[in-house]
Design a protein around this ligand. Structure first.
Ligand code: SF4
Length: 68
């Protein structure tokens, strides 16, 4: 079985997923695996990648504090 077929693999269950208040929709969050990227201007903040709760990537790491 590949990771994509597993019910246990999703961003919402990953230790790097941040259920941040500033997000496009309720299922979205921020991925904190890498530092923020692409500052639009020198005074702007860097951007954290927005991911859907059902996304996943090869850096997935189960967060033991989140329900299965
Ligand atoms: S994109 Fe990868 S590292 Fe980031 S929250 Fe999702 S599974 Fe985790």
């Amino acid at each position: 079985m590949s990771l994509s077929q597993s019910q246990d693999v999703s961003c919402t269950k990953c230790r790097f997923f941040d259920d941040h208040v500033a997000k496009p929709s309720a299922e979205d969050g921020l991925c904190r695996f890498n530092p923020p990227v692409t500052q639009p201007s020198p005074d702007a903040h860097g951007l954290w990648p927005v991911v859907s709760g059902m996304d996943w990537c090869g850096h997935f790491s189960m967060d033991p504090s989140k329900p299965n």
